[in-house]
Ligand binder design. Structure first.
Ligand code: G4P
Length: 527
């Protein structure tokens, strides 16, 4: 017990989120450099799928390879084990990102000082706020001209709905960028362009100290005024409020110049939450519980079609995961043993014997897992919080090669388990409908079915607006709805009924007419 508490207290598991190009990859790389996990800049490949590459399959396969390597990056720094979970930048993969966010305990949001808050940032922060995930904001690219600091804080508060408090403050920006005053550590960091080494910071417990002029000249007085203004306008930092997801500290810097990154990391280690427990359908599980439990939040297929095994990524929530120990796969009610569980240290994968809460373990899987599955030492638990959302795009999927219908069924089944898309089957027609959040997935599915399963599929147009899971205690109304909407009712992969609304109007009509039916737009709802 004492041991597990110690392991928990030294761990931090988080994700960096941003709109593409704000600097997520660059920041990740600098953090890894501090941990000594890599030793050359440029070692972390961007997992961006460039917009132009939407029909370039080799590119997608290459990216998929990269994203296996960078899915989880673990490293040690100052006696702390840090796990960074990578999130795809491309918006078509937003659902992957949402799921990854269920496996972290906090996030760092990167914002480009010139572009401010961008749409993808808004979406992702919204998901974090729904779960009260603690958020740190890093304003990046201070070596470039950008928005005024106060204007940016306003924008962050308004667009992201966050309460913020700056813990560092820039002195100038772009060509006049002098450095950053760090309120949290009470230090001044002076900026030297194009210098990749970390500057020693100068301690300034009192910024009224006239020595500040020696470093900043005329800017010293301006900094004092701005810091006074900050202290008047923004609340003092309160760690508990941050941990409750109610107050977000903001840091300024330049990832490319490795400036302000060490301060971010040091403050992060100080304040970020240690691995937290999670809700299951049965009860809340605390990390320090002795019995191991965890959930699958991501599944990655092997890219080699001759080895169709997959890696299931499991977030350890409680206890210690041990190699070669039978664990209960609660959905199948069956025990499974894992001979070669993988831990992720930077870009190296290695087989490990024990894994602790907050860590991610990769398990070889021959098709037993799907996203959201729970593993325990024997207790029947089911972790919550990995819902499917109503997809936004839909197509009928048809078999294009009658000789390969088995392969198609198997391939579709496995791709859906991986969370690539959702599959619905028309209750009346039996036709299969694929639903996704991005257009790219349709092409990914077609390509992977062919290359990994030897199956061909063809898509057909369908006019659909949204799917809604529905329930009611009023049997008559439910029967009437089922009868009248028979052509618009399908079953999801678990066999649950969904209403397939053709248009926003049709959905509204149904909601108005059937007052005793409750419609839900995510698969996980409380009744
Ligand atoms: P992303 O993962 O969020 O998509 O962003 P990424 O780190 O790839 O950064 C996007 C671009 O912004 C990169 O330039 C990167 O070098 C640049 N960048 C990141 N941090 C800073 C910074 O602090 N200052 C400045 N001036 N630029 C920064 P690129 O030209 O798109 O790519 P590359 O060829 O440099 O890799």
């Amino acid at each position: 017990m004492a041991n597990i508490k110690k392991e928990i207290s030294k761990r931090r598991t988080f994700a960096i989120i941003s709109h593409p190009d704000a600097g997520k990859t660059t920041l990740t790389e600098k953090l890894l450099l501090f941990g000594g996990a890599i030793n050359v800049a440029g070692a972390v490949k961007s997992n961006k799928i460039k917009k132009t590459a939407t029909s370039d399959w080799m590119e997608i396969e290459r990216q998929r390879g990269i994203s296996v390597a960078t899915s989880v990056m673990g490293f040690e720094y100052n006696n702390t084990k840090i796990n960074i979970l990578d999130t795809p930048g491309h918006q078509d993969f937003a659902e992957d990102t949402f799921r990854t966010l269920t496996a972290v305990d906090s996030v760092v949001v990167v914002i480009d000082v010139a572009k401010g808050v961008e749409p993808q940032t808004e979406k992702l922060v919204k998901v974090c706020r729904m779960r009260n995930t603690p958020i740190i904001v890093f304003v990046n690219k201070l070596d470039r001209e950008g928005k005024d600091g106060f204007e940016l804080l306003d924008e962050i508060e308004q667009k992201l709905g966050l309460h913020v408090t700056p813990l560092s403050w820039p002195v100038g920006m772009g060509s006049t960028f002098k450095g950053v005053y760090n309120k949290y550590f009470e230090t001044l960091n002076l900026f030297t362009p194009n210098k990749q080494v970390v500057e020693e910071s100068v301690e300034f417990t009192d910024i009224n100290n006239p020595e500040l002029e020696e470093y900043l000249g005329d800017n010293a007085e301006l900094l004092r005024e701005e810091v006074e203004l900050i202290e008047g306008v923004y609340p003092a930092f309160d760690k508990q409020q941050y941990l409750d997801g109610e107050l977000s500290p903001v840091f300024f810097g330049s990832a490319l110049n490795n400036f302000g990154v060490k301060e971010l990391l040091d403050a992060f280690i100080d304040i970020a939450p240690t691995p937290l427990g999670r809700e299951t359908e049965q009860r809340f599980v605390k990390p320090e519980e002795e019995a191991f439990s965890g959930f699958v939040f991501k599944i990655h297929a092997n890219m080699d079609p001759n080895h169709r095994d997959r890696i299931a990524f499991v977030r350890v929530v409680s206890g210690t995961f041990k190699r070669n120990t039978p664990y209960l796969h609660t959905r199948h009610n069956r025990k499974l043993k894992f001979a070669s569980p993988t831990a992720f240290m930077a870009q190296k994968k290695s087989i490990i014997d024990e894994v602790y809460p907050g860590d991610i373990v990769g398990l070889h899987d021959t098709g037993n897992f799907k996203i959201g599955d729970t593993l325990t030492e024997g207790e029947m638990l089911k972790y919550k919080g990995i819902p499917s959302f109503s997809p936004e795009l839909f197509k009928y999927v048809e078999n294009a090669d009658p000789m390969k219908s088995k392969q198609l069924a198997k391939g579709l089944d496995q791709l859906i388990d991986e969370g690539v898309a959702q599959l619905f089957t028309g209750k009346h027609t039996g036709r299969k409908i694929i639903g996704t959040v991005g257009a790219l997935q349709f092409e990914v599915i077609q390509y992977r079915l062919l290359h990994e399963y030897g199956a061909s599929c063809r898509y057909e147009h369908i006019t659909l607006y949204k799917t809604a899971w529905f329930v009611s205690d009023n049997k008559e109304e439910l029967e009437d709805f089922r009868k009248r909407k028979a052509n618009n009712i399908a079953l999801d992969k678990e066999g649950r009924e969904v209403f397939m609304a053709d248009t926003p109007f049709a959905l509204q009509m149904a909601q108005d007419k059937y007052k005793n039916i409750r419609f839900y737009f995510t698969s996980e709802f409380k009744e």
